[in-house]
Design a protein around this ligand. Sequence first.
Ligand SMILES: Cc1cc2nc3c(=O)[nH]c(=O)nc-3n(C[C@H](O)[C@H](O)[C@H](O)COP(=O)(O)O)c2cc1C
Length: 246
Amino acid sequence: MTFYKQGLAFGYVQGTKYCRDRTMKDNLGSIPATQRFKSYPEVERLQLPEPDLSRPANLWQCLAKRRSERDYTTDPLAIEELSRLMWAAQGVTARAGTHLLRTAPSAGALYPFETYLYIDRVEKVTQGLYHFNVADFSLECLQDGNFNQLITTACLGQPVVRRAAVVFIWTAIMLRCMVKYRDRAMRYIPMDLGHVCQNVQLAATAMDLGSCPIGAFYDDDINELLGVDGEEEAVLYLITVGRLNR
Ligand SMILES: Cc1cc2nc3c(=O)[nH]c(=O)nc-3n(C[C@H](O)[C@H](O)[C@H](O)COP(=O)(O)O)c2cc1C
């Protein structure tokens, strides 16, 4: 059974191995440094409330209870809940030189991704598409409006997306990681995002909200919606969050 060796995945894993007896070679040339995180200074900004971290949650119970939940009510989330979810995803917890260290680990502390939100229903927040500004814990409003049908269709029509109060959308900025790790970066970026997504799921569980990771989507449709080129910056992962229907 060697058919799989013809595929992209096999070639990629073989080509990005670290080996003691040979160095990884590529012909990428010098890779320009990219900005540490994106911001949209020209758009309206919504400051998220300071996350209330005082409410206790039992880690072991959260791990035991965490599930991918797909049935949500039509009730909105509270902005305080959104703030805690956002902090769990990408809150800054320390500084190391110019690095802003976060709640989730990242290879080389490079955080080669950006967080966007489609907010369908959050109290006191206008429905629309937002970008998360890491440095000042705010949401940058990219576009007001109802994008529910567009995002649902882009996610292969999955009802869980239609029912979500909020959809987190993560893009990868590959060059931000490739500067240090060259082609091996594409191993690390999905690992990084896996940590982030699990943080959101655990935070949702702690607040008795439902969440579901989403890996099935039409890439180009989501990239177009976000206004990213799908090459230097491209969608990689989503997660839905909503109030549980039980
Ligand atoms: C990378 C990844 C992609 C996923 N994509 C989807 C998806 O597109 N739609 C969906 O309903 N669930 C998706 N899931 C959720 C899985 O179906 C779910 O994690 C799995 O069935 C195990 O269930 P549990 O998370 O409740 O333990 C995804 C999970 C991961 C980790």
